[in-house]
Write a protein that binds this ligand. Structure first.
Ligand SMILES: [Zn+2]
Length: 141
C-alpha cells in the first residue's frame, strides 16, 4: 500500500518554518496539489507549505483562501488539535471567532466571520504560513 501521507512534509522540514510569500497571482499548481492531498487524505484543512509550496495559500473544507489575513480575534479558548506535519495531539490557544479577509479563486477580496471549529482550522492553517506549528504554539497532550 502506498503511504497516503508521503506528499505531506513533516516537522522538522525547513519549508514548514518559512515565512511564506504573498501570492501576486492565483497559485494554480499549489492549489491543485492541496486539493489532491485533501481529497486523498480526507482532512479538513491544509496549508501550501505542507505540500512544498512556501506561498500564502490554504485550503479549508475544499475552499481555497489566497493571502488570508485574520483581522480580528474573539474570546480565547484551548483547542485540541492534530497536524499532518507533526506527531501527537496538542492543546493550542485559539480565538473562538475570527474575522478573515482573503482572495478567492478570481483573486477578488472576500471578508467573513468564522466561528468555533472552522475558526480554529483557519487559525491553524494561517499559522502554517508564518512557519508556526502546533508543537511551537501549543502544549502536548
Ligand atoms: Zn497543520
Amino acid at each position: 500500500m502506498e503511504n497516503i501521507n508521503k506528499m505531506i512534509l513533516k516537522y522538522p522540514d525547513p519549508i514548514l518554518n518559512e515565512d511564506c510569500k504573498k501570492c501576486a497571482w492565483y497559485p494554480t499548481m499549489a492549489i491543485l496539489e492541496l486539493h489532491r492531498n485533501l481529497i486523498k487524505i480526507g482532512t479538513v484543512g491544509l496549508a501550501a507549505p505542507q505540500v512544498g509550496y512556501p506561498l500564502r495559500v490554504i485550503l479549508v473544507m475544499g475552499v481555497p483562501m489566497v493571502n488570508p489575513e485574520i483581522l480580528e480575534f474573539g474570546k480565547m479558548l484551548d483547542s485540541k488539535e492534530e497536524c499532518l506535519s507533526v506527531d501527537g495531539i496538542y492543546s493550542v490557544p485559539r480565538a473562538s471567532d475570527i474575522r478573515v479577509k482573503w482572495l478567492d479563486h478570481n483573486m477578488d477580496t472576500q471578508e467573513d466571520i468564522f466561528f468555533n471549529d472552522l475558526a480554529c482550522i483557519i487559525q491553524h492553517e494561517v499559522d502554517h504560513l508564518d512557519g508556526i506549528l502546533i508543537n511551537k504554539k501549543g502544549k502536548k497532550l
